[in-house]
Design a binder for this molecule. Structure first.
Ligand SMILES: [Zn+2]
Length: 477
């Protein structure tokens, strides 16, 4: 069989985390609310009402446009996208068409082989969401709660190659959205929705073949799964001498299969025209400057800096910049510590991250602040406590919120380096373990670790383990 290449473009809808909807004062998020309880005459499109643009939507969209290196024109317009569907009470959706808030741009996607895929952005604009319908027995029910929820529609050029890259793109996009603080980007809650345009071609060809569109996939795993299945189907079709039809396919989560929905409409079917109810959107220099004044260093730039400035391995830098919160935590701890940043990284990645994941909290909600983490490592470095005590201190600080130094004093956790104290415990352990002693003496010298462990246990982890080992070896000789 010849070698095929997969060509993918992704269309994403991003729900912005504003307080209110895009054109009215209903709450933007109604995830937990009963159907049709978060609506008003504006978002239901009753006659005589007028939409009023939510400034916050523009500000969040400008941040994403900037992160995508897009051009941000001074003026853009709102258009009506006309179609008839039960979940769309106005009969049109307010969107942006030819003169949208952003033009062009790209997202740099690091690939596992170390190279970077430049994924060009074809379209980035703001629009309102429609409602939703669902089948209930033989009836079809409508819920308008989502009408008017602010969205960014962002569409890539067909620059992605393969299901894995599509998944990687979504992971990076989600990271950026959270980093910028503009969307929760939770696919399960439809904060981030994705449709995939998929086609195949022979490797080396540059033409674009007819594509199919996959809709309704609501997890990154499902996007990968659906694309893989569709690529297999297209290869089977082409190998059998058939032509790929431009279908729209729906992903069925329960059966993990694709179903044909309808033949695809073209843009012209929507009869776009300027929305006469809304003024052009002017983004003057002062406003733009104000929006972009706090624009953060982005994850990839920060990852780069973590390797160059702190000498961290790529692996550490990648994990520590997975979330903005976490990378802020790391940098604050490094400053407070003053020593080798890799030591902070190790403690953070091995122990603190586990704590964060187990307790399902954000790094900046930890009672174990970055300053306290730095203090614990300093106590270990200074030889005041041993590593084991240091690790238990992490939990203790997190539970009590007290400073590590205070806990070491009040609970008497300082390391026992007193030769006599350790020696008497060592003698105790040897006296209680005749079997192990004879095994050791007959050559099983790796039992020494077991003896050290017993001493540490009796001394509640406070003994200096190196000293304990030395004394034990001497006594057992
Ligand atoms: Zn409303």
């Amino acid at each position: 069989m010849p070698d095929y290449e997969t060509v993918i473009g992704l269309e994403t809808h991003i729900q912005l985390n504003t307080e209110t909807k895009i054109f009215c004062s209903c709450k933007a998020d109604s995830w937990n609310q009963p159907p049709n309880t978060n609506i008003c005459p504006v978002c239901c499109g009753l006659p005589g009402t007028l939409p009023v643009l939510n400034e916050k939507v523009v500000e969040k969209a400008v941040l994403l446009a900037r992160a995508m290196h897009a051009e941000i024109p001074k003026v853009s317009y709102f258009d009506r996208k006309n179609y008839f569907y039960p979940d769309l009470p106005k009969g049109y959706q307010i969107s942006q068409f030819d003169e949208s808030l952003a033009k062009g741009g790209y997202l740099d996607l690091p690939l596992p082989d170390g190279s970077t895929r430049k994924v060009r952005i074809h379209k980035l604009h703001i629009e309102e969401d429609a409602g939703k319908t669902k089948n209930q027995g033989s009836e079809r029910w409508v819920d308008f709660n989502r009408c008017g929820v602010p969205l960014i529609e962002m569409v890539t050029e067909p620059d992605l190659r393969g299901a894995d890259e599509a998944a990687q793109y979504l992971i990076r996009l989600r990271q950026i959205l959270r980093w910028l603080g503009i969307s929760e980007a939770d696919m399960e809650k439809a904060h981030l929705r994705c449709d995939a345009n998929v086609s195949i071609r022979l490797k080396g060809e540059t033409i674009l073949n007819p594509k199919t569109e996959i809709k309704n996939v609501n997890s990154i795993e499902a996007v990968k799964d659906a694309i893989e299945k569709e690529v297999e189907r297209q290869i089977r079709e082409v190998e059998a001498g058939r032509r790929i039809q431009t279908w729209t396919l729906e992903w069925d989560e329960d059966t993990a299969t694709l179903k044909k929905m309808r033949s695809k409409e073209t843009e012209a079917d929507y009869r776009y025209f300027r929305d006469p109810d809304l003024l052009p959107l002017y983004l003057d220099d002062a406003w733009r400057e104000q929006i972009l004044s706090g624009f953060p260093e982005l994850p990839l730039e920060r990852r780069e800096r973590f390797t160059s400035q702190y000498g961290l391995p790529e692996y550490d830098a990648d994990i520590l910049t997975s979330e903005r919160n976490l990378s802020d935590y790391f940098e604050t701890a490094v400053k407070a510590y003053g020593g080798d940043p890799k030591r902070i990284s190790n403690w953070l990645m091995n122990d603190v991250l586990r704590m964060i994941n187990e307790q399902n909290i954000l790094p900046n909600d930890l009672k174990l602040s970055p300053i306290f983490l730095a203090e614990i490592i300093q106590l270990v470095d200074q030889g005041l406590i041993n590593t084991t005590t240091g690790k238990t201190l992490l939990e203790k600080v997190q539970t009590t919120g007290k400073s590590p130094r205070e806990l070491v004093e009040s609970e008497g956790l300082a390391k026992v380096s007193d030769d006599n104290a350790i020696r008497s415990v060592c003698q105790e352990v040897i006296a209680e373990s005749p079997n192990e002693v004879s095994s050791y003496k007959s050559g099983k010298i790796n039992l020494i670790g077991w003896f050290v462990g017993q001493v540490m246990k009796k001394m509640k982890g406070k003994a200096d383990p190196t000293l304990a080992r030395k004394i034990l070896e001497e006594l057992l000789a």
